[in-house]
Design a protein around this ligand. Structure first.
Ligand SMILES: [Zn+2]
Length: 432
């Protein structure tokens, strides 16, 4: 399907699924769920403070594990069985899996991450409360989301709704810097998704202009690395049949054809680095060096960048077109492009939109406005992308806050109960 047509269909489906059908009443058990969350009072905030004060920068694996250990007891108290997935082979902290096995309703997978971008070397370490705002590393992204998960599960337990339910909670310890290779680092998460009907991801909820959004689609990311080899010699001989055009002209041709011919909606591609000359060296840190002289036809050139696409076939098509451009070498040159997939695209499937529709039933029961699907162009990649090819997914239903990934990151505590109620009602509707 053409992507412009798809985009239109996407918008139409959002409108269709986001419009609540009128006249549905809140049941006694739903009302009890809502009450139960109100009765939790400040306990969720106390838990948040406790886990925010444990540093869990992705590379502080001991700290991530300590956060997990603090949460382990919480899940066990709710009747979940906890196991750990070792991640030593990819040099990351283990993932925590908490499972509740039942026989009724949909199999629900709740996902989140225990790590933050704030390593022990960061000056930003502690939870500080100021009225309804709590500032601290990972408050919003996404220890607040973990607290929302636990509040919702406690409420479900308190009304007896958990008994027959099949719910798995999967918390990774390396979302902010996924272990390499990602296929290995996300193997257990993908397996859990394949065993689930619906996945809810508790990355921070985004509000814009007083409206709340959820994520039903996001673009994936793929890196590309382009290397050009050419005959090298004195500049006076360039364009001769013996010398050819040189590596830098060939690199320029390829990049300008990328620039001119690949554009389409819902996809971007960019060049992040380019070098030409001879003796090119590029470190994994991004530092690079090259030797060059004005009177030499250069023998080497290199560039790297990314592609962000919404649909898997869109990505495949872009790769094919780039390969074809690369293959049309100028005289005396030879080029090669390699792709490394980072996050797969999370395309806007009808199943994802149906989950948003269910969330909006919860919103209606709570008497709050319906939420909309966030523009896929405006949200970065996340763990939900890895599971999206295998189950219906809804993301961005965690804690609302501000300034994620920067010192001063905060969470809006006054809105935590609403998020927990939304999550509890949504899970409730899925496990019936
Ligand atoms: Zn996050």
């Amino acid at each position: 399907m053409r992507s412009s047509l798809r985009h239109l269909l996407f918008i139409l489906t959002v409108i269709l699924f986001s419009t609540p059908s009128p006249g549905k009443q809140i049941s006694q058990q739903q009302a009890a769920l809502v009450r139960s969350i109100d009765e939790q009072g400040q306990a969720p905030v106390a838990l948040l403070e406790r886990i925010v004060n444990i540093n869990s920068g992705t590379f502080n694996t001991a700290g991530v594990l300590e956060v997990g250990k603090a949460l382990e007891h919480e899940f066990q108290a709710l009747g979940f069985t906890v196991q750990w997935v070792p991640m030593d082979t990819v040099k990351r902290a283990p993932s925590l899996i908490a499972e509740h096995k039942g026989h009724r309703g949909k199999r629900v997978l709740l996902i989140g991450h225990m790590d933050t971008v704030f390593e022990p070397s960061s000056p930003f370490q502690k939870f500080v409360r100021d009225g309804d705002t709590a500032v601290g590393p990972g408050t919003g992204d996404m220890k607040g989301g973990i607290v929302v998960i636990l509040s919702a599960l406690k409420a479900l337990k308190s009304v007896g709704a958990l008994d027959a339910a099949t719910i798995t909670v999967f918390l990774t310890g390396d979302e902010e810097s996924v272990g390499d290779p990602p296929e290995m680092a996300r193997k257990a998460l993908v397996a859990a998704a394949k065993n689930s009907d619906a996945v809810l991801s508790f990355e921070p909820e985004i509000s814009q202009g007083g409206k709340d959004y959820a994520v039903t689609a996001r673009r994936g990311s793929t890196f590309w690395d382009l290397r050009v080899q050419a005959k090298s010699g004195h500049s006076s001989q360039i364009f001769s049949s013996a010398m050819g055009d040189g590596a830098i002209f060939e690199l320029s041709r390829i990049l300008s054809q990328f620039h001119d011919t690949l554009r389409e909606p819902n996809m971007t591609y960019s060049v992040g680095m380019a070098l030409g000359g001879s003796n090119i060296k590029v470190e994994s840190s991004g530092e690079a060096s090259v030797f060059g002289k004005a009177n030499i036809v250069p023998g080497e050139a290199r560039a790297s960048g990314d592609i962000r696409a919404l649909y898997p076939e869109q990505l495949a098509h872009a790769k094919e077109k780039m390969q074809a451009i690369v293959a049309r070498s100028l005289p005396g040159t030879n080029a090669e492009i390699r792709f490394t997939d980072d996050y797969p695209p999370m395309q806007p499937t009808p199943g994802n939109l149906a989950l948003l529709a269910k969330l909006n039933e919860a919103n209606r029961a709570l008497g709050v406005p319906a939420m909309e699907a966030m523009d896929p162009m405006s949200r970065g990649a996340g763990d939900a992308s890895f599971v999206a090819p295998f189950a219906d997914v809804l993301d961005g239903i965690g804690a609302p806050g501000a300034g994620f990934h920067a010192p001063g990151e905060s969470v809006d505590l006054s809105r935590l109960p609403l998020q927990s109620k939304r999550a509890a009602l949504l899970v409730y509707s899925l496990i019936q």
